[in-house]
Write a protein that binds this ligand. Structure first.
Ligand code: WTA
Length: 653
């Protein structure tokens, strides 16, 4: 497979660290090298020392890493701690009056929470959860807008040892129901709605629908009042947030949990139709989140850190809800869309709140770049000192624009590679230390043994040939398993090289400076606007429609989204005739089944799909068609060769 991976990107530009940036955490190349060296010579000693000095433990651990149950590694196993204590209580004496969260709603309302206020609100809500019968190990689903209460609810779960699973507010009732059922959650936390794109997103309504479809384990629904719009409340089941916290105490003793106690479950798409619930730990996860905020974002007490990701994704977990707070930093949170009321909103927020570190996705950069330089040039962006990207490979053009127009050639850019599974950033430049190249995440962080190997598992050095991106040694913030399915965890990530390496599912190559270039997914997973979507997941949604006989979904290059969704659908003629706009119906159907992010860009109706004689759909051919490429592959195994010209004829121009 890897023979086919050839890089077409030859980017020669290299940027030495800008003089204007003075790093505070890792200050020099030699300091970085000595960190790397100490991790290489004693991995356990390296992480053990950081876990002791950077986290507060109620019971210290005596053992760093347990490999007995590999690949279900265990870190700091006999230590007890509480994640919320580490994010809140330990800062109170020194940073009680420091701002923890600056919030701005889409409609312009703002709120500032100090560490002390945040602590009290988390404690109150934790007590309210306890009163609802939620306890240690119970699963709680969050379906929330991007408001401080989302972070408060996550921290409150952590405080009482409950395991949260946040479902992105753009997911459908069907997807929400599936996640409730997979986790067997007893409690659902939502809001009457949230503001996004100038509209109200009716979260409670979708949550109600999910609970009509299933999810019988949910006994209590807690509803935060955000929009004030009337929503039906089911007596006995639904409770207003403000009512249940009103008589709760503002102190709540943290539940001390084992380092390996699950902190959260977060779902992500894989190459089958069923999303995987990645289970993360408490101690190891928090250590990864804490250290990467220091190493990569160079965070200290003077920063205002804005990660634009929604808390429904891993980026919003690690770099909104946990990492910055563990470091006692100030975070910016914004509820809405980047284009409301216009495409200057992000830059206006940076100006108004004096954001110093800004972290976003390439898809947002591309969309805002299209609007022209005039828009950001209207704002004072002089508070920015560092920029970051995550979620997909950033194309050099977008990188250069980000560097020149937003960073004004003064701010380093950290292109951070990581995944839901890795819990925290794995490869990134160290700002002010590493020279950067547009489109490369440069090199692995200290303690991360990243490699690129061929199909035999041999390391590939500098080459224009790509290989499998793997991790050769465990790291503290790695996912521990797939919730309820240990075997799937082993099969998906560890089986390819007989358990020797963690296989990320990405291809990558290394250049002559030893820099890593991520080339894309190797499995049937699309990266649409930085979000992972399994083609199988969209296909199963499509075939669930009564008109559909068969469907195949592939990706194609898309200007803004990175990858677009292209579906080939075989319909039942009898049923389809009833509907004059079956293509639109099917697009809407996918939105209802999964969510708006999965809406196909193109649906082409075809009589049949290209298949091998054994009946397998030949997706690579479909991919060539969707990408408007010439078919260079061998089509001799095709059972129905004439189908290709038929499909081409059906394609939109
Ligand atoms: C892709 C997001 C290139 C990659 C934190 C990975 C990237 C998937 C980068 C994980 C990057 C993430 N350069 N590709 N800097 N960052 N990816 O789980 O394919 O939503 O496997 O985690 O996004 O997506 P996930």
């Amino acid at each position: 497979m890897t023979q086919d991976i050839h890089s077409i990107l030859t980017e020669e530009r290299k940027f030495v660290p800008p003089k204007a940036f003075t790093p505070r955490r890792i200050r020099s190349a030699s300091q970085l090298e000595s960190l790397r060296q100490s991790a290489r010579s004693d991995l356990e000693g390296f992480w053990g020392k950081l876990a002791k000095t950077e986290l507060d433990w109620q019971t210290p651990f005596s053992h760093v890493l347990d490999r007995q149950n590999a690949p279900h590694f265990r870190w700091f196993e006999d230590g007890n701690l509480n994640v919320s204590f580490n994010c809140l209580d330990r800062h109170l004496s020194t940073r009680g009056n420091k701002t923890a969260i600056i919030f701005e709603g889409e409609q312009g309302d703002t709120e500032t929470l100090t560490y002390h206020t945040l602590y009290e609100r988390v404690c109150r809500f934790a007590n309210a959860l306890k009163k609802q019968g939620v306890g240690k190990g119970d699963r709680v689903i969050l379906y929330m807008p991007m408001i401080p209460e989302a972070v408060i609810a996550m921290q409150a779960c952590a405080r009482i040892g409950a395991i949260h699973s946040v479902v992105f507010g753009g997911f459908s009732a069907e997807a929400l129901k599936d996640r409730i059922e997979d986790t067997k959650a007893c409690c659902l936390i939502t809001a009457d709605g949230g503001h996004r794109g100038g509209k109200i997103i009716e979260l409670k309504k979708t949550a109600d629908r999910a609970l009509e479809l299933g999810g019988a384990t949910v006994k209590n629904v807690i509803v935060f009042q955000r929009t004030g719009k009337t929503v039906p409340m089911i007596s006995g089941r639904d409770h207003w947030w403000h009512e249940i916290v009103s008589d709760c105490d503002v102190a709540c003793e943290p539940e001390w949990v084992n380092s390996e106690h699950p902190l959260f479950i977060l779902y992500t798409s894989g190459s089958t139709g069923k999303p995987k619930g990645l289970q993360h730990s408490s101690g190891g996860y928090l250590l990864g989140a804490t250290m990467t905020c220091q190493w990569v974002f160079d965070l200290d007490d003077s920063d205002i850190f804005w990660c634009t990701a929604d808390v429904g994704w891993i980026t919003g977990h690690t770099y909104v809800a946990y990492g910055p707070l563990s470091n006692g930093a100030t975070i910016m949170m914004y509820e809405g869309a980047p284009t409301v009321p216009d495409g200057g909103r992000f830059w206006k927020i940076c100006e108004k709140h004096r954001v110093t570190v800004f972290y976003t996705a390439p898809t947002a950069i591309r969309a805002l770049m299209k609007l022209g330089d005039d828009v950001p040039n209207r704002y004072d962006l002089s508070s920015l000192r560092l920029l970051g990207t995550v979620g997909e490979p950033i194309n050099p053009e977008a990188w250069m624009w980000y560097h020149r127009v937003i960073g004004q050639s003064r701010c380093p850019i950290v292109d951070t590679w990581w995944q839901t599974e890795t819990g925290a950033i794995m490869a990134s430049p160290i700002p002010g230390v590493t020279a950067t190249k547009p489109g490369s995440c440069t090199q692995p962080l200290p303690g991360i043994d990243l490699d690129i190997v061929d199909s035999e598992g041999n390391s590939i050095q500098a080459s224009d040939k790509g290989g499998y991106l793997v991790v050769r040694q465990p790291w503290p913030s790695m996912a521990r398993t797939i919730w309820g399915d240990d075997q799937r965890y082993v099969d998906t990530y560890w089986s390819q090289f007989d358990g020797k390496y963690y296989v990320a599912g990405d291809s990558a190559r290394r250049d002559s400076d030893g820099y890593f270039w991520i080339m894309g997914r190797l499995d049937d997973v699309l990266n649409v606007s930085g979000h992972r979507l399994g083609t199988m997941e969209i296909e199963s949604a499509l075939v669930a429609h009564p008109c559909v006989v068969e469907a195949a979904v592939v990706g194609f290059p898309h200007d803004i989204k990175g990858e677009g969704i292209h579906a080939f659908v075989v319909t039942k003629p009898s049923e389809t005739q009833q509907d004059s706009d079956i293509v639109e119906t099917l697009k809407q159907w996918v939105v209802e089944q999964i969510g708006a992010i999965a809406r196909p860009d193109v649906i082409v109706l075809v009589d049949n799909l290209p298949k091998t004689r054994s009946g397998k759909i030949m997706r690579r051919l479909l991919r060539s068609i969707a990408c408007k490429e010439k078919i260079s592959q061998d089509t001799s195994t095709l059972e129905n060769e004439t189908i290709l010209s038929q499909i081409r004829a059906a394609e939109p121009n």
